[in-house]
Design a protein. Sequence first.
Length: 176
Amino acid sequence: MIEIQYEGRTIPYILQRSRIKNLYIYIKNGEVIVKAPQRLANKYIEEFLNKKAKWIYESLEKSKNKVKKEKEEKVEKEDVEKLQKIVKETIYKYSKILGKGPKKVRIRDLKYAWGSCSSNQNISINLKLATKDEKAIEYVVLHEMCHLIYMNHSKSFWNLVEKNMPKYKEYKKLLA
């Protein structure tokens, strides 16, 4: 392990030499990896890294913060059970009101949304909702259930959401 210095901090890095033409710096899993051409002198690598030390340090901090945030977002078992209960009760409630229910309901680790409704009338709810307020969860479930009737975000869709949950805008803000 080789090191560079930045504002009194020591930043270790892994040097990998290969048959490439340029020098590259990667931050991966909290480690600094430097790929260098096989015949490039160490002196040039060190000069390059010292010029990029601020960027390397800031990128490492961002990487660490991202990993920390992901760990904080891990969902506890009791939170998942609470989420399942709320989803089940909300689906039951609004199925009666809307006269329509989903074919399947899944709670999954969605990367792109709080929930989704497929054209096959299957609803997926984001596992990360387990850490959110009950009203926010209810809003997401209702939102997806309204897609069983309107597969879009038209005025009619939003009117249906608002008719069934007049304060939905407040609850939607709880998701931020």
